[in-house]
Design a protein around this ligand. Structure first.
Ligand code: NCD
Length: 314
């Protein structure tokens, strides 16, 4: 893995390897001995992704360099490329980038000589969200294979949908899409079904926010959106016995999901956020090892830690 831009880069075995390493990080407090700097260059708003990267970095012992778009030289016209090169020059060892351009990474990939992680690219990719979603599903079912998974909502404008469809299909899941008219995207290769069919057959219902900020035209989302296309309390009752509810958040309560379901027994929404910390620790450690920035001796082993098993690439 040179930079972590898309889950498409990973083979199923590597995906399971990251899931396994994330679980190790949850149970064992492993820190890096070396002084390492991480910078999170978020050019779009973020609460969960940015803050869980910060927590993951601090747990690993990174010094986290503060970057805020609003007070940075971005306001003086500096490009993403020059911003990234600046952080590389001043000694950052790892960059996390979130940017509104679908392909922001293309201009940077061959010119930045420290590992970069995609924290969200326009409408197309959100690989660390996808990894934490897969970890959350795996914790329930012990596999991703043959599960029926519905991704429900504003498919057209969602990078979470795109990352997840490809990755979950690769892992052997049966992926379905549900969308209101105008929210479909026929370039994504998965069958559309109704939300009523989805609750009947699916093991996982993954809801998405309506991404108003990405709509070219103001698509009308009427008061009936929840009733027609969302997860109501009545539909939740018709879900399969052990089926779970996911949502990358932020949540629009009472739009895509009834507010009473956000913390219901089936909901794993806050679990997903918790998993995000450990998955991000696993991805960062994996990259740093592949780049030769750390080796296994750099991992400070705490009490009760048996060994740190690096996930081998296949
Ligand atoms: C998502 C994002 O920003 O792509 N949120 C997240 O990272 N947890 C989804 C969204 O904004 O709706």
């Amino acid at each position: 893995m040179q930079h972590f831009i898309s889950v498409d880069q990973l083979k199923p075995k590597e995906i399971y390897g990251i899931i396994e390493t994330a679980e190790q990080f949850r149970h064992k407090n492993l820190k890096l001995n070396d002084q390492l700097f991480a910078a999170n260059l978020f050019f779009e708003s973020s609460t969960r992704t940015k803050m869980s990267f910060v927590v993951a970095q601090r747990k690993l012992g990174f010094e986290v360099l503060d970057f805020h778009k609003a007070s940075s030289s971005t306001n003086k016209g500096e490009t993403l490329y020059d911003t990234a090169k600046t952080f590389e020059a001043i000694g950052a060892n790892l960059l996390v980038v979130r940017h509104q351009d679908d392909d922001w990474f293309k201009a940077l990939m061959d010119h930045i000589s420290i590992p970069m992680i995609n924290g969200g690219a326009g409408k197309v990719e959100h690989p660390t969200q996808c990894m934490l979603d897969m970890l959350t599903i795996y914790q329930e079912y012990g596999t991703l294979k043959d599960l029926n998974i519905a991704i429900v909502g504003d498919i057209k404008h969602s990078r979470v949908a795109r990352s997840n469809v490809n990755a979950l299909k690769k892992m052997g899941a049966n992926v379905y899409l549900c969308a209101a008219p105008g929210f479909e995207d026929m370039t994504i290769q998965a069958p559309y079904i109704t939300i009523d069919k989805a609750v009947k057959i699916c093991d996982v219902i993954m809801l998405l926010r309506i991404q108003h900020e990405r709509h070219e035209a103001q698509l009308e989302t009427t008061e009936n959106y929840l009733y027609n296309y969302g997860l109501t309390k009545e539909r939740e009752k018709r879900m399969k016995k052990d089926a779970i509810i996911l949502h990358p958040a932020p949540i629009n309560r009472d739009v895509e999901i009834d507010t009473d379901l956000v913390e219901c027994e089936r909901s794993r929404i806050f679990k997903q956020m918790n998993n995000g910390v450990y998955v991000r620790m696993a991805i960062m450690t994996e990259l740093l090892q592949e780049w030769g920035i750390i080796n296994e001796n750099s991992i400070e082993k705490h009490k009760n830690v048996i060994t740190y098993q690096r996930t081998k690439s296949v």
